[in-house]
Write a new protein. Structure first.
Length: 522
């Protein structure tokens, strides 16, 4: 959106101004004492004015052109050209506000230093004053301000969690949590939990799409309001699996949700279609907050939720005779992918314990994703790494990316990620280092004019994250019907044809199956 472009531009302007001040100070510390004359200053300001008169309109035109290119690549309509005037105005307001804030902090620092020089030398007073401001700033932002923001967000999202999306109706099938026969009451599932158990294909729909006999798929879920602790919520999920006889199915999928309990419906539906309904999906809610707030509030909770749910299911699953156990798969999107990966200690652990998995839109800070990407096979790109020649783990933006010369051995795991997904590619390193994904050939839906600039690229990608899911599926952080091909490759069902995958894709795209909007930030 244009207003996020304005915000990113304003922050970049302020940062550029700050870099200029720092450079000037470094020159002073180096002993450079040149002071321009009045005439030199006058011509300097004239030159600056001429440059601004040329460069600002030029980059407004270029910026509008680049935005149009990006929108064309992902299939989004153009904004009005007139909005770019607002981009400039808002960017200037943001930049001025940030500069004034920085000046105020600088004035406060000088006052503290002047006060401190009564007892210690001025250089010591300056260092001490700076340290004090840093400590106070961190304490304020990480303490009082963060608590206020998160408390407000918690109350807001808790209220929203009590609502039910339009078109979502309590299920009557005993194979669904929240049904009259369920141990989990409909009202405790949370907004996204209710949407999850109410959505998805039933037995008749699966038979219609696949042309083969099917079973009624099982979906179990436990909400944050159902228990005091995350461990108890995980136990509730296992109780629902027992109640629905889910361990008698051929395939069992354990899902770590996003912050407020969202599950990618397209990926869940594809899993059920390809298994002909002979499947069970288990998930739970661990927070009322959206993923960004949930991550800021407590970075350990998603990891804890992923670990506790998988451990609870795995413990019950491992008690079954080996010959009669269902195949055990995992899935998670965004913060859910981060949490699910926290449930395994390493790729080797994941491969040895599970039968496969689909990890979607993984954040850059997640492990082992980050380690696998850094240690990828030589010659492979960062946006689509090849790990151990693709023996067990493969990366893909679509199912065609899974084709490698190396045989793909079971168990199979796929990291599904788009080259244009800022959730995956944003990191603090962007401030000072060009990433490999910008040094290598760019992804097909990334603007070919994109270049790395210190600070600027960091803020641009950070701003893009806010609206990264509000784009057509297949781009950004919107992951849709390509799940059909990816799950077909992971599950590798006997006798499955490409035409079967095409029918599942079409079924996933069908409007009546989309009770949960794919374009929401969760």
């Amino acid at each position: 959106m244009w207003y996020f472009q304005a915000l990113a531009t304003g922050v970049s302007l302020a940062c550029g101004y700050g870099v200029g001040l720092i450079a000037r100070q470094i020159f002073r510390w180096s002993g450079i004492t040149w002071r321009p004359s009045a005439e030199q200053r006058r011509w300097g300001w004239i030159g600056l004015g001429v440059a601004a008169a040329v460069l600002i309109p030029l980059f407004m035109i270029l910026g509008a052109h680049w935005q149009k290119q990006t929108r064309a690549l992902i299939g989004v309509d153009d904004d009005s050209d007139g909005l770019y005037i607002l981009v400039l105005l808002i960017a200037l307001i943001v930049a001025i506000a940030l500069i004034q804030l920085a000046r105020g902090i600088g004035a406060l620092w000088r006052r503290i230093a002047e006060f401190g020089r009564r007892w210690v030398p001025l250089p010591v007073a300056k260092v001490g004053g700076l340290a004090l401001l840093v400590i106070l700033g961190v304490a304020l932002l990480d303490g009082a301000v963060a608590r206020v923001v998160l408390n407000v967000a918690e109350r807001s999202y808790f209220a929203a969690d009590q609502n039910t999306r339009p078109g979502v109706v309590q299920p009557v099938s005993p194979k669904r949590s929240g049904s009259p026969e369920s141990l989990e009451h409909w009202s405790t599932l949370g907004r996204d939990g209710r949407s999850f158990v109410a959505a998805g294909p039933d037995q008749a729909r699966i038979e219609e799409v696949t042309g083969k006999a099917a079973e009624e798929p099982i979906r179990v879920y436990s909400g944050r309001a159902s228990a005091e602790t995350i461990a108890e919520i995980a136990d509730n999920v296992v109780a629902e699996l027992d109640r629905t006889r889910a361990f008698d199915r051929t395939s069992l999928l354990v899902v770590t949700t996003t912050g407020r309990g969202w599950v990618n419906t397209a990926a869940a539906d594809a899993f059920e279609y390809i298994n002909h309904g002979d499947s069970a999906i288990a998930a739970m809610q661990y927070s009322h907050l959206q993923s960004p707030f949930a991550y800021l509030a407590d970075r350990q909770t998603p990891l804890q939720a992923g670990r506790l749910l998988l451990e609870a299911v795995y413990e019950r699953w491992s008690q079954l005779p080996e010959a009669s156990r269902p195949k055990l798969y995992v899935m998670g999107e965004s913060l859910g992918s981060y949490g699910m990966q926290g449930a395994v200690s390493s790729p080797q652990d994941m491969i040895s314990r599970l039968n496969g998995g689909l990890l979607i839109g993984t954040p850059n800070f997640a492990e082992p994703w980050h380690r696998l990407t850094e240690e990828r096979d030589p010659g492979s790109r960062e946006i689509l790494p090849v790990v151990d020649h693709g023996r067990h783990v493969r990366f893909a933006a679509e199912d065609g990316d899974l084709e490698l010369s190396q045989d793909w051995e079971a168990p199979r795991f796929v990291y599904w990620q788009h080259a244009s997904d800022p959730i995956t590619w944003w990191s603090l390193d962007l401030i000072y280092r060009r990433p490999d994904w910008l040094a290598e050939p760019l992804g097909s839906d990334v603007n070919p004019n994109m270049r790395w600039l210190p600070l600027v690229t960091f803020w641009q990608v950070a701003a893009d994250m806010a609206l990264s899911a509000g784009v057509p599926a297949g781009h950004g952080h919107a992951y849709g019907d390509a799940a059909a091909g990816l799950w077909a490759a992971i599950l590798d069902p006997e006798g499955w044809e490409e035409s079967d995958t095409d029918r599942v894709r079409e079924a996933i795209r069908s409007p009546e199956t989309q009770l949960q909007p794919l374009g929401e930030i969760h």
